[in-house]
Write a protein that binds this ligand. Structure first.
Ligand SMILES: Cc1cc2nc3c(=O)[nH]c(=O)nc-3n(C[C@H](O)[C@H](O)[C@H](O)COP(=O)(O)OP(=O)(O)OC[C@H]3O[C@@H](n4cnc5c(N)ncnc54)[C@H](O)[C@@H]3O)c2cc1C
Length: 399
């Protein structure tokens, strides 16, 4: 049976980075993945350009049952450390918006960087390798793979969450945690579009493809100011994806379609200057024409000129456009979600090393852990930071 210091399960962002670092620090590492190629989600990420980190990454941008857990790893391996690595490989990048850093060229460059880092660490990478079973032994762990058995002193679980099953996502990591008596918090899809009930959906479908800047607020008061996108299934766009992580089934969200505008004041001014201008044309100065027309078919927009619009009608319109209350039917689920909320309970792990308190030598990193970032490069940064913290501990153990 082949023996290693460390076996890492999952050649995604966290697994590859951890394997590379631990290898470079002197560990003999085996990296396993059930897919044909490493870093499949990285290749898909950021529309093929990989939003590999965020300049403003900080603990407040992460959801977890224990919001303090991510602090140590994020502080020890920061976005600037990963940016240094990107620079060392000469990968050109740009800030798209809100501190989000994307490759100028292709996400493949980030995968190539990680593969090269693994080579430098003399990591043995085995693809199309399914882990069928794991047993604890006196000296560590024994793994049954398809066709062979391997053993290692330490085992790192970097098998990700449930989002996008088409890219190899599996509940493997959660099951393994439970096998070793660790608590797993309920999981749900995050960074995911909302679906809507009929008849609202039928109207929203007519707006499919229309995007507007908005502020969207959850019942718990969390809000995001970015754009929302009307789709043939409901609502999407960065603001909606962000908010979905804070939304619970049955709750309402409120949408301000004209953020930063004193709509009542604007209508009053326009009324003074252009009393005979139609309400429709006035609103079209700030909203896409298709959205205004949709409001009209919905019967929400009086067929009136500004001087005909009475005070209650104006108040109702301001409320509709700046506090539109929507009750999503649900989300599109793991099929399109970018991340999985919940996962291995952080109370079970050391925030310094990612090792399970009650199972020495067993580590969990990346998305399988109950730490989920906002949209915008935060999730990869958690993958890098948690992987780095784990690798330091693996190397320290080997010394
Ligand atoms: C479409 C899409 C776009 C995204 N874009 C961004 C972005 O631009 N920026 C950002 O920060 N985040 C983005 N994310 C989120 C980000 O991809 C994840 O947070 C990140 O990949 C998590 O890394 P991970 O290594 O923990 O898990 P993963 O990258 O999911 O890797 C886990 C690996 O484990 C393997 N595996 C699972 N079970 C087994 C098993 N039993 N045996 C062997 N191998 C197994 C899987 O095949 C997979 O390769 C995006 C996600 C998606 C789905």
């Amino acid at each position: 049976m082949e023996q290693f210091d460390v076996v890492v399960i999952g050649a995604g962002a966290a697994g590859m980075f951890c394997a590379a670092q631990a290898g470079q620090l002197g560990c003999r590492v085996l990296l396993l993945d059930n897919g044909k190629k490493p870093g499949r989600k990285i290749l898909m990420s950021g529309g093929g350009r990989c939003n590999f980190t965020n300049m403003y990454a900080e603990p407040a941008a992460y959801l977890s049952n224990n919001p303090h857990f991510c602090k140590s790893a994020l502080a020890r391996y920061t976005q600037w450390d990963f940016i240094d690595l990107i620079n060392r490989y000469g990968i050109a990048y740009h800030e798209k918006t809100l501190g989000q850093l994307f490759c100028d060229d292709s996400a493949q460059q980030v995968v190539d960087l990680l593969v090269k880092e693994c080579e430098l660490g003399q990591v043995t990478m085995r693809l199309r390798s399914e882990v069928l079973g794991v047993e604890k032994t006196e000296n560590g762990y024994q793994l049954a793979l398809n066709g062979e058995k391997v053993s290692a002193r330490s085992l790192v679980v970097a098998s990700g969450g449930l989002s996008m099953p088409g890219l190899g996502a599996s509940p493997f990591g959660y099951k393994l945690a439970e096998q070793f008596g660790l608590k797993v918090l309920p999981t749900r899809a995050g960074l995911v579009p909302f679906t809507l009930h009929k008849p609202l959906l039928e109207h929203v479908q007519t707006l499919s493809g229309v995007s507007v800047p908005a502020v969207i607020t959850a019942e718990n008061g969390v809000s995001f100011r970015e754009s929302i996108l009307f789709t043939h299934r409901g609502l999407s766009g960065p603001a909606v994806l962000q908010l979905s992580s804070y939304w619970q089934p049955g709750e309402y969200v409120s949408v301000n379609l004209l953020p930063g505008l004193d709509l009542a004041g604007f209508l009053d001014n326009q009324r003074q200057e252009h009393p005979n201008q139609s309400l429709k044309n006035t609103l079209a100065l700030h909203l896409p024409k298709r959205l205004v027309e949709c409001l009209q078919t919905l019967g929400q927009l009086p067929e009136a000129t500004l001087k005909q619009l009475n005070a209650p009608q104006q108040a109702a319109l301001v409320d509709l456009l700046q506090n539109w209350r929507v009750q999503p039917n649900g989300t599109e689920g793991y099929r399109t979600a970018e991340v999985t909320l919940g996962g291995v309970d952080t109370n079970e792990l050391s925030s310094k090393t990612m090792e399970a308190h009650k199972v020495p030598g067993l580590y969990f990193i990346g998305e399988v852990v109950d730490v989920t970032g906002w949209l915008g490069g935060y999730n990869f940064q958690w993958a890098w930071s948690s992987a780095w913290a784990c690798a330091q501990a693996l190397a320290a153990q080997g010394r």
